[in-house]
Design a protein around this ligand. Structure first.
Ligand code: HEM
Length: 229
């Protein structure tokens, strides 16, 4: 790929998606009543409970792992006595894999539920359908990166290229050269491109509910639903 193409993909595109995420979220949060995800709990509950719990616990763990993986450099983990071997085998693959597997099972249950239950499907918007599929694709690509492509690519260490590129995006001096050429395997790149798209579309979809912790539910009176006879 030419330098122009690389800059487009690893500088312009990430800033467009992150810009959309921060600006879109700021604008959306100013209309608090709209920051929500329409519930389908009354339509189907059994699969929702399992899928949703696995998905949400999994995503919290995976999100934490991504923050550490991208923002904590090798020099720091080495300085506190964590070897690269231990970092990749135990922390990234062990703990990351545990939460990743939870997330994967959770999202697959939610995809199955959304498309197999006629009532849930009938009340889903196009955006709801695209969001859950995009999450599933991103998660499958992430798991493939960590557990198939990564271990099969000798000498590849995402902390020597992806993490450097990711960190420098936030210092506004993106080191796009780290993503150029074939140093980063294609599956990792596809994973990141899909992941960034999720951030970009986040404010305009049901995902936006993640920023809103409904604390009033703790003190609010129950809403009682009664069957109409
Ligand atoms: C947007 C920027 C993103 C970047 C730069 C990124 C980067 C990475 C990298 C480098 C890995 C491989 C870690 C390894 O080899 O040990 C990975 C794995 C993974 N990613 Fe992402 N990712 C992003 C977004 C996402 C999103 C939005 C999701 C979920 C919706 C996600 C879910 C996963 C999962 C499930 C794994 C495998 C398990 C794990 O390592 O925890 N990623 N990601």
């Amino acid at each position: 790929m030419s330098d122009f193409g690389t800059v487009l993909l690893w500088v312009v595109y990430p800033y467009a998606m992150l810009g959309s995420f921060f600006i879109g979220t700021f604008v959306r949060m100013r209309k608090p009543g709209t920051v929500t995800a329409k519930s389908s709990e009354l339509l189907e509950k059994k699969r929702l409970i399992w899928g949703s719990i696995l998905f949400h616990v999994g995503i919290l763990g995976v999100f934490g792992g991504h923050v550490i993986g991208i923002f904590v450099p090798e020099s720091f983990t080495r300085s506190i006595g964590i070897s690269d071997e231990f970092y990749h085998r135990v922390l990234a693959m062990g703990i990351g894999g545990f939460f990743g597997a939870m997330l994967l099972v959770g999202v697959l249950v939610l995809v199955y539920r959304r498309f197999s239950d006629p009532r849930v499907l009938a009340t889903s918007s196009i955006s709801d359908n695209i969001v859950i599929l995009a999450l599933a694709v991103t998660i499958i690509l992430g798991m493939l990166s960590s557990f198939v492509v990564g271990p099969q690519t000798p000498g590849f260490d995402y902390r020597q290229n992806i993490s450097i590129w990711g960190r420098t995006l936030f210092t506004l001096q993106p080191h796009w050269q780290a993503m150029a050429g074939s140093a980063v395997p294609l599956v990792y790149k596809l994973h990141i491109i899909c992941g960034l798209a999720i951030f970009g579309f986040f404010p305009y979809t049901r995902l936006v509910h993640a920023l809103y912790v409904p604390l009033q539910y703790i003190t609010r009176r129950f809403v009682v639903y009664r069957r109409y006879n």
